[in-house]
Design a protein around this ligand. Structure first.
Ligand SMILES: *Cc1c(COP(=O)(O)O)cnc(C)c1O
Length: 399
């Protein structure tokens, strides 16, 4: 076998191992707009319970129209990075709108939150500094920290006693920053930002939160986890996505003090060396923020749907991870059961995703439900009935 052929053969082997171990990720093909109900490529109608479409905006006509209007005015794209000739008025307006929404001074846009997290640490921290990171932080935070020379400290997930220990271990470093997902997407766990801010103040550390599963709907007016925990103005750096609740297309941002944002504009590599956000996305995101700032209707509906689903699924007899977030992990514990369950739900017309080891700890297999403001009560009742039926068929329910 030639050296080149050996490379391809090794890839084939690895791929078939993934398949045998049930870790291969097939892609579901949707033939319609994203929404609470979608059409599969086979023409089947499915109630969608696995999108990050928390506010139901992804397939919304008025959002699509706002993107069209921005395209008409600003064109399709800029063929430039921001600092050469890729900044339009709509990008500046969006940055201001995000800052106003989050209660920060300034904001910088990226092509994705992955880039925002990937490009935030290296320009701001070096070997004299310390980054103290939750063990379950998102992959993009982990990668961003890897690209930076700062000393790394990891605290056990959501464990404030361990965070304090790590802050003590980092004592003597010039700058320290605590980094956490605002909400962790696997369990819907909300970071204890009130306690984190307290510890940060005690040890002279900065704070950063990734708000991808929070911006737009957490907190009384949907500003995010910092509003939920009443620490608006006390978080140094906020990263987030335009690709989930805030419209669902793509794009990300970093928000904070103006010196931070100014430095990122000068030095952040995914910003300097990657094309500007499409004007259609900037224009539509701006419309979305306007609506969310003038009414909490979508956010309120999302939380009503979440409370209803959480109560009803427990009444049927399923075990869920307790909480209030629209991510609802329905625990099935066994990997094979979770796979069978998700497959049966698909046959019953419900799209959801099963998770098992190594994505979640051994013995913690589950299906994850994500609620949306777009779900009607009728759709939720259909989904709950399907849960009940599949639960009885697989012998998971007592009654
Ligand atoms: C989805 C997600 C990201 C990445 O967001 P994109 O804009 O899709 O790149 C980053 N962090 C967290 C916590 C996420 O859930």
């Amino acid at each position: 076998m030639s050296k080149q052929a050996a490379f391809y053969s090794q890839l084939q082997q690895t791929l078939s191992t993934l398949q045998q171990e049930g870790l291969f990720k097939p892609e579901r093909v949707i033939a319609s707009r994203q929404g609470s109900e979608v059409t599969g490529s086979d023409g089947r109608m499915l109630i969608n319970m696995c999108a990050n479409n928390y506010l139901g905006l992804s397939g919304q006509e008025w959002v699509a129209q706002a993107a069209i209007a921005a395209t008409e005015k600003y064109g399709y794209g800029l063929s430039s990075v921001r600092f050469i000739c890729g900044t339009q008025t709509v990008h500046k307006e969006l940055e201001q709108a995000i800052s106003a929404f989050l209660g920060t001074e300034d904001t910088i846009l990226y092509a994705a939150a992955f880039d925002a997290n990937g490009g935030v640490f290296e320009p701001l921290f070096d070997e004299n500094d310390a980054i103290i990171s939750d063990a379950l932080n998102h992959a993009s935070i982990i990668d961003g920290i890897r690209l930076c020379k700062a000393a790394r400290f990891r605290y056990a997930h959501n464990d404030m006693a361990d965070l304090e220990k790590q802050l003590q271990a980092a004592e003597g470093k010039r700058h320290k920053i605590i980094v956490t997902d605002g909400v962790f997407s696997m369990d819907g766990t909300i970071a204890q930002l009130d306690k984190i801010v307290e510890l940060a103040e005690k040890y002279g550390a900065l704070t950063m939160i990734d708000e991808c599963h929070a911006s737009g709907f957490m907190g009384k007016t949907g500003r995010g986890t910092h509003e939920h925990h009443n620490v608006v103005g006390k978080i140094d750096i906020i990263t987030g996505t335009l690709g989930k609740a805030l419209g669902g297309a793509m794009g990300g941002f970093t928000s904070g003090r103006k010196e931070v944002i100014e430095m990122l504009r000068q030095k952040s590599r995914p910003y300097l060396f990657s094309n500007t956000l499409a004007p259609s996305i900037a224009g539509a995101s701006l419309e979305v923020l306007k609506r969310l700032s003038s009414s909490t209707e979508l956010r309120d509906r999302l939380h009503e749907n979440t409370a209803y689903f959480r109560k009803e699924i427990e009444r049927i007899g399923f075990t869920i991870k307790p909480g209030t977030h629209p991510v609802v992990p329905v625990m099935l514990f066994d990997a094979q059961v979770a796979q069978k369950f998700a497959a049966r739900m698909y046959e019953l017309g419900v799209l959801l995703s099963g998770f098992f080891y190594p994505v979640v700890p051994m013995g913690q297999a589950r299906v994850r439900v994500q609620l949306s403001a777009a779900h009607t009560r009728e759709q939720l009742d259909t989904v709950l009935k399907a849960f009940e039926q599949a639960g009885h068929e697989l012998g998971l329910l007592k009654k």
